[in-house]
Write a protein that binds this ligand. Structure first.
Ligand code: HEM
Length: 229
């Protein structure tokens, strides 16, 4: 019963919540669709938080996505032990990078008074969810060996069963508790997404890709402007 609730109902509730929350926030307060960056308040620690976190987490998510979209290619790649090691170690190294960035980011917001002012409860809930997600993922990779292979043969078909609206929780029901928690927490992150800074993912400078080049012209007499400044 609980497996049905967690692995056949929760994912849909999370996706519905994600879609509804994202749309409502965009319609009501579109200008909050941003990271609300604090880089201008402090730059050095910001660099050592943001850069490793993003490279790490994006790399990990690309590997997850490959397991979902091209599971047979992952299984083909993993058929040679050396290649399996490379993939597993790359995943773990990227996870370390993301963890390093996340911990730096939390430390930065905890220790700098200026940043405390612009940090709210939603930021801390998000930090906690991400921390739990990364740590559980790393423990899964360490204690339940060759996850990239069994992700492709068990987790991927379960995710596809959800996408095809014919959920088959049996694929994940027998998995160890740690992995189940990793999966459940992923859907909690998805449900909480609309209430966080993560909404910036949906508006990453996308328009820059197709909008016309902007030309900025100096429109004031320089000397006058310098005096009045
Ligand atoms: C918010 C979404 C998610 C994030 C941020 C995330 C993050 C991570 C991280 C940091 C790792 C450790 C790095 C690695 O070894 O690859 C990991 C591993 C893993 N994750 Fe996730 N994960 C997410 C969603 C999921 C979901 C939905 C599933 C399954 C349906 C899943 C299954 C796994 C498995 C099987 C591993 C072990 C991989 C291995 O041993 O190579 N993850 N995850």
């Amino acid at each position: 019963m609980s497996d049905i609730l967690l692995f056949a109902v929760l994912p849909y509730v999370a996706v519905a919540w994600f879609l509804l929350g994202t749309i409502i926030r965009y319609r009501r307060v579109p200008f909050t669709y941003s990271t609300l960056s604090s880089q201008f308040l402090e730059n050095r620690k910001h660099f050592w938080s943001t850069v490793p976190f993003h490279y790490g987490i994006l790399g990990v998510l690309v590997i997850h996505l490959a397991g979902l979209l091209v599971p047979s290619s992952i299984l083909w790649w993993n058929a040679v032990p050396a290649r399996l090691f490379i993939l597993e170690l790359s995943g773990l190294a990227l996870a370390f990078l993301a963890l390093f960035g996340l911990i730096n980011s939390m430390h930065r917001r905890l220790t700098m008074p200026k940043l405390k002012v612009v940090t709210n409860a939603s930021d801390w809930i998000l930090y906690l969810l991400l921390l739990v997600q990364i740590v559980l993922g790393m423990l899964t990779a360490i204690y339940n060996g060759w996850g990239s292979s069994w992700f492709s043969s068990s987790a991927s078909p379960w995710l596809w069963s959800l996408i095809k609206l014919s959920p088959e929780p049996a694929y994940v029901a027998a998995m160890p508790l740690m992995i189940k928690l990793h999966i459940i927490n992923a859907f909690l992150i998805l449900a909480f997404f609309p209430f966080t800074r993560l909404v910036h993912i949906l508006v990453v400078p996308n328009p820059y890709l197709w909008r016309k080049t902007q030309v900025v012209l100096w429109n004031r007499e320089r000397r006058k402007a310098r005096i009045s400044d």
